[in-house]
Design a protein around this ligand. Structure first.
Ligand SMILES: O=P(O)(O)OP(=O)(O)OP(=O)(O)OC[C@H]1O[C@@H](n2cnc3c(O)ncnc32)[C@H](O)[C@@H]1O
Ligand SMILES: [Mg+2]
Length: 174
């Protein structure tokens, strides 16, 4: 059976990994591993690095064949502060690492300004919505899209792009 490790206990991330392998005989374990970047990554580069580190650290800290890293961050642009999300899938046997990026929306200025002042999005979203644990539920993307796209949906899309690239590569090698 294919063993897959997800480098986070965050339910929105773990759910996305479960979604993409639904109905398949796989074993999915979750481990809280280091991302090696700031808790609040501030560029695509840093967010990608966090995703890759999580995927690789998951492999180091388990005997899984596939490591998955999902990481959220923000990107400063002239239009404002965008949410960005990246995923990485690392294959133990081949050392291949696949990368895919998620949907983006602008954060409202009130939220963006607090991040620019050094706060982390998770706690800011909880205060903004007067609720607890938004980052583990619909996420900022869910709140600001009227829940048409939740954090798990967004990470599921990334997961499909990761697994699809992995399958394509395997198909090419046959
Ligand atoms: O336990 P981990 O896997 O670290 O899960 P996390 O929710 O902290 O997720 P990330 O580290 O990938 O996200 C980086 C930061 O951005 C926050 N964040 C990212 N996306 C978010 C979202 O959709 N809603 C709320 N907070 C979010 C998150 O809380 C962190 O402060
Ligand atoms: Mg985090």
């Amino acid at each position: 059976m294919l063993r897959i490790v997800v480098g986070s206990h965050n339910p929105a991330k773990v759910q996305a990994v479960k979604n993409v392998f639904k109905g398949e005989r796989v074993e999915i374990i979750s481990l809280n591993v280091a991302s090696g970047v700031q808790d609040q990554p501030f560029s695509d580069e840093e967010t990608i690095e966090g995703a890759i580190n999580r995927a690789r650290n998951g492999l180091t800290e388990s005997d899984a064949q596939i490591g998955i890293g999902l990481e959220g961050g923000v990107v400063e642009t002239k239009h404002g502060l965008f949410l960005c999300n990246w995923g990485a899938l690392a294959v133990r046997e081949s050392s291949d690492v696949f990368i895919a990026g998620g949907a983006r929306i602008l954060l409202p200025d009130t939220v963006a300004n607090r991040l620019l002042a050094g706060e982390e999005l998770g706690p800011v979203m909880d205060e903004f919505t007067n609720r607890a644990g938004i980052r583990k539920k619909e996420g900022a993307i869910g709140v600001f899209t009227n829940e048409r796209i939740t954090r798990a949906d967004m990470f599921s899309h990334i997961m499909n792009m990761l697994v699809g690239q992995y399958e394509y590569k395997i198909g090419q090698q046959r």
